[in-house]
Design a protein around this ligand. Structure first.
Ligand code: PLP
Length: 490
């Protein structure tokens, strides 16, 4: 394990094999990235040999620097090829209604969304207080973008049944200062596709950009449609859609660190760039947020796409679609559980209708059985839910999941709902973030088993407490709890 006296830097360098052993020992505590039992964070196609290929490609370009595309044309060529593939998949390119699509490769969905907001903001330097319109089901990265870029966020509610925003509500939220309207295809939380055509139409009517966040679904929906699924229009074929993001490190099954941000034409992309020549160093132009960028993730993504090809992605989408159907059936088969939305992409999201069946306890019971799902807190009239991101590697596990879910539900029922001390619940409901002292946080964290070291096996009490807290207090508690984890190893 890590040497407690030196952190990462020993006085004397260590043999390579020992260092790798150390990392492997640390990795043993991680959630399983492969094998189809982790329903968030990782995207596993379960294709033999793909990891090795991606790793070799990564190693080939790890030290190449994306800072200057003229110095490393290999990287530029691979980036352009990735952008071309994404654009073609999403209704752009020669022979389409969006022949001039351009794009950039970013480090992930969040960076793509921040840059979409930046491009929209900087296209309107005349506005002192720019704003963006985002359905509440839109990814939290839009709020982060708004925060970083000092853009005001106008949230639009979603229908409690369809979990979609209404285009009329989006239209009503658009103001003269609005620079961007957002739609998701699909939303991460529930996996539902927003009415993109209607939203893009109201944005276009107001002369406002419309970004489709297809970070999650941009690399699955086109294949699912080819397989016959009724996927509504969501890409550049829709008039008024000005930009689209798609993450290659999600359903393109590339290693982490690659997303693509596409714009309908170069003029829309231009304000995304940052150039600076007013200093004595090298003249700088950055299409994306990072300056120095490793070529590793880009080469790995390039290798992954080339190796899998259209036929590979189509096959993986079919396998994933069948896994989604099997998991949804498993949920339907358990009394007291209900699908929050009928799956229309690659998410299965369910809630519990029975007060005796505590979803957070259920999640812990699943974890105890080796199934790692993602709890989502109740929010704005929407119930707490469990999110499953389904990838191709899940398919061989589906038959085991059903009985495990039933068993976990029975165990959760038997254990009963989490009961926090009433004074703690009252505190969570009434405390303001400003009133939180470090003593209070330390006491709370200790009581919940949080602090330095790995998170406790059972998180139901933590989730129940967070759920009882108003949103701003939730945020503050999360910051404090993670702050406790991020402490240097001396
Ligand atoms: C719809 C959507 N947008 C944006 C993001 C953010 O992507 P990242 O975690 O790569 O920054 C995600 C991540 O799950 C997502 O599902």
């Amino acid at each position: 394990m890590i040497d407690e006296t030196t952190g990462a830097l020993p006085v004397e360098g260590m043999p390579a094999a020992r260092v790798l052993d150390e990392i492997r020992a640390l990795r043993a505590a991680d959630r399983p990235t492969h094998g189809g039992r982790l329903f968030a964070y990782v995207y596993d196609p379960g294709v033999a040999g793909l990891d090795e290929l991606a790793q070799a490609a990564y190693a080939e370009s790890a030290h190449v620097n994306g800072l200057d595309p003229t110095a490393f044309p290999s990287l530029l060529a691979m980036e352009n090829a990735l952008v071309g593939a994404a654009a073609r998949l999403l209704g752009g390119g020669p022979g389409t209604s969006a022949p001039d699509v351009v794009g950039s490769v970013t480090s992930g969905g969040t960076e793509s969304l921040i840059l979409a907001v930046k491009a929209a903001r900087d296209a309107r330097p005349d506005l002192a207080e720019p704003r963006i319109v985002v359905p509440v089901s839109g990814h939290a990265a839009f709020a982060k973008a708004a925060h970083y870029l000092r853009v005001a966020l106008d949230p639009v509610p979603v229908d409690p049944v369809t979990l979609r925003p209404a285009a009329a509500d989006v239209a009503a939220a658009i103001r003269p200062e609005t620079v961007l309207v957002v739609a998701s295809a699909p939303s991460y939380a529930h996996g539902v596709i927003d009415p993109v055509a209607e939203i893009a139409a109201v944005a276009a009517a107001a002369g406002v950009r419309c970004h489709v966040d297809a970070c999650f679904g941009g690399w699955t929906l086109p294949w699912l449609r080819r397989l016959g699924a009724p996927v509504p229009p969501f890409d550049f074929a829709v008039p008024g859609v000005t930009s689209i993001s798609v993450d290659l490190h999600k359903y393109a099954y590339a290693p982490k660190g690659v997303s693509v941000l596409l714009h309908r034409d170069p003029g829309l992309r231009a304000p995304q760039f940052f150039a600076y020549a007013d200093w004595p160093g090298y003249t700088m132009v950055n299409p994306v947020i990072a300056s120095t960028r490793s070529g590793g993730p880009i080469a790995a993504a390039y290798a992954t796409l080339r190796h899998l090809g259209e036929d590979g992605y189509l096959r993986l989408a079919a396998v994933t679609r069948d896994a989604v159907a099997g998991l949804a059936d498993a949920v339907r088969a358990v009394d007291g559980l209900r699908l929050l939305a009928e799956p229309e992409s690659t998410v299965v999201c369910f809630t519990a209708d029975d007060p005796g069946l505590d979803l957070f306890v259920l999640v812990d019971e699943l974890t105890a059985r080796g199934w790692h799902t993602q709890p989502q807190l109740a929010y704005a009239g929407l119930p707490a839910s469990v999110h499953l991101t389904v990838t191709a590697a899940v398919a061989p596990r589906v038959a085991e999941f059903g009985p495990a879910l039933a068993e976990a539900a029975a165990a959760a029922r038997a254990a009963g709902p989490v009961v926090l001390p009433p004074e703690l619940l009252a505190l969570a409901g009434s405390l303001t973030p400003e009133a939180l002292t470090s003593d209070l946080i330390g006491g709370l964290a200790a009581g919940l088993g949080l602090g330095a070291g790995p998170a406790p096996d059972r998180m139901a009490a933590v989730n129940t407490l967070l759920q009882a807290a108003p949103v701003r207090l939730r945020e503050r508690l999360l910051v404090e709890f993670v702050g406790l984890l991020q402490r240097p190893t001396w």
